[in-house]
Write a protein that binds this ligand. Sequence first.
Ligand code: PLP
Length: 210
Amino acid sequence: MEDILFNKNFTCVAVSKTKPKEDIEKIYNLGHRDFGENKVQELEYKYNNLPQDINWHMIGHLQSNKVRKVIPIVSLIHSVDSLKLLKVINKESKKFDKVTNCLIQVNISNESSKYGFKESELDFLNQESMSEYQNIKFKGLMGMASFTNDESVIKNEFNNLKNIFNNIRKEIDDFNILSMGMSNDYKIALGSGSNMIRVGSKIFGKRNYQ
Ligand SMILES: *Cc1c(COP(=O)(O)O)cnc(C)c1O
């Protein structure tokens, strides 16, 4: 496990959703600082009850009416999945006088996921339209592969996202995070150029729900 937590070639976000704070403290005490949550309420609770130098990652679908609560807490939002949400994050960040780091979630598995931009909807990611979002820092892309045992399908989807990422990268300064790979497919994702993996059950053990 330590080989994925402390690897200088990529960042591992330890996905602690549903797990008690004691479990997080164990990993924190090894020196790890990046943790991911998918529910706003749980994120708030853990933020308030764990050390302040943790980098919290919001990885789950975010409702517009909860953005306000997340802005002061997060170091990176992985799950920006609509222009509407992007605008709300921009507006709310302004109120906190903050620039929020965001990844744009891309739907690479088509049928199996309901969240994320389609490849054809990413035209807004160019240096010119960035100026509309003064309080957002566009850091990169996030994607989830299909839930399948067919590795070639997963590999194709990750390679596709890597190509999309490389193209957008040419347009935007400092656009350098590619968040892809979970417990079951992070090895494939790293082979396809991921530099940020989100790993839950492999670190914390199986979840009973969610
Ligand atoms: C739960 C979750 C993960 C981690 O899943 P594991 O299979 O436990 O590694 C990664 N990304 C997102 C968006 C998740 O919701």
